[in-house]
Design a binder for this molecule. Structure first.
Ligand SMILES: [Zn+2]
Length: 182
């Protein structure tokens, strides 16, 4: 089963915002963003997918349906989690400590190991900071629910305003997006 390495992930702006996986699936089917479920939580793109995501290259050479082990674009909607999780990958743009400006290269591991994610401390200056408010420059996010689009490279495509506004209406929060490389 093909697993994409490059992901475009849509997520609410506020990490606390959540709706159920079922609500997301219902909405995205209704607007034909997704079609049949291939395997658990993973869907083929719907008939109106290409009207709701804008590819920025002049002629995107993308495969839109599964074909053996070949790369193709799909949509994954994981279960909503009750706690806030941190999502990042190999392309993480490291933030700087708000106190001493040291680059926080260990941030992903620090968040994974922390009991309380909103109060971490800097190895260099020992001051505490809250990573929930950090700007990850579209390379990571905190949240409870997400819509993953598999096989989209960094800045290759963007969700259009119409799609984001449907998601905003469902959750009463604006939605953002990030590019994550597993
Ligand atoms: Zn520091």
């Amino acid at each position: 089963m093909y697993q994409a390495e490059h992901l475009l992930i849509l997520h609410p702006a506020n990490p606390e915002t959540a709706c159920t996986q079922k609500e997301l699936i219902t909405l995205l089917k209704e607007i034909q963003f997704i079609d049949a479920e291939e395997i658990l939580s993973r869907f083929q793109i719907g008939d109106k997918f290409l009207q709701q995501v804008t590819f920025l290259g002049c002629s995107p050479n993308i495969e839109l349906s599964p074909n053996g082990d070949q790369a193709y674009v799909y949509v994954e909607i994981p279960q909503t989690t009750s706690e806030i999780s941190f999502h990042s990958g190999k392309n993480l743009k490291f933030p700087r400590c708000p106190h001493c400006k040291e680059t926080l290269k260990n941030i992903a591991a620090d968040i994974a190991e922390a009991n309380v994610i909103n109060s971490l401390s800097c190895l260099a200056c020992k001051e505490t900071f809250n990573p929930l408010g950090f700007n990850w420059r579209k390379s990571a996010f905190f949240g409870k629910c997400q819509v993953i689009i598999g096989n989209i490279y960094d800045a290759e495509a963007v969700p259009n305003e119409n799609l984001l506004s449907y998601l905003a209406k469902l959750t009463n929060d604006t939605w953002k997006y990030s590019y994550i490389r597993r």
